[in-house]
Ligand binder design. Structure first.
Ligand SMILES: [Cu+2]
Length: 176
């Protein structure tokens, strides 16, 4: 079969076009793969930062004050001027992160601990305590802890310094 000059030029052109297309497609894939690798690490870091910020923002703050009302009555309050015995009921949502900030505005040492009972010697739930019976917060000291209840129910908070629950240093926590 004999090809005319025009046909030969046509076939050579098609050949070039096929080769050029193959090179272009390869180049696009290569650039795409390289840019994908280059962009991945910063994207992941941004995602982690967002998650940390959201976790920090999620904790609701409750500031609670503890001190003495009289020589025979101690209590808690949501303001340093409104300390009652027993202290105010704290209502929280199950699974909610709560940042408890406890401030000792009394003259004696005090603590704050979440417990299952409002009685002397009750143990803190999951180490939810600020100060301890042997190392309480002194006058004008403050501390904080993040707590979370995973089951609904009635819980309590107490001062774990011996004798203080009996003098009224407790309050109820309702998780619902
Ligand atoms: Cu106390």
């Amino acid at each position: 079969m004999k090809l005319s000059v025009a046909n030969e030029v046509f076939l050579v052109s098609i050949g070039f076009a096929v080769v050029l297309t193959a090179i272009l497609v390869g180049a696009i894939f290569y650039v795409g793969a390289m840019s994908g690798v280059a962009e991945q690490p910063p994207t992941k870091i941004e995602e982690r930062q967002t998650t940390q910020q959201e976790t920090a923002q999620a904790a609701r703050e409750i500031v609670i004050y503890g001190g003495e009302l009289s020589p025979s009555k101690y209590g808690f309050g949501l303001s340093p001027d409104e300390i009652t015995s027993p202290g105010p009921e704290l209502r929280i949502n199950v699974g909610e992160l709560i940042r408890i900030i406890f401030k000792n505005v009394g003259s004696l040492p005090h603590t704050w601990a979440a417990t299952n009972e409002a009685k002397e010697g009750a143990k803190a739930i999951d180490n939810f305590e600020i100060g301890s019976a042997t190392k309480p917060l002194l006058s004008n000291e403050e501390g904080s802890i993040t707590i979370k209840f995973s089951k609904p129910g009635e819980y309590y908070y107490i001062c774990t310094v011996p004798g203080h629950v009996t003098l009224g240093m407790w309050g109820k926590i309702v998780a619902e």
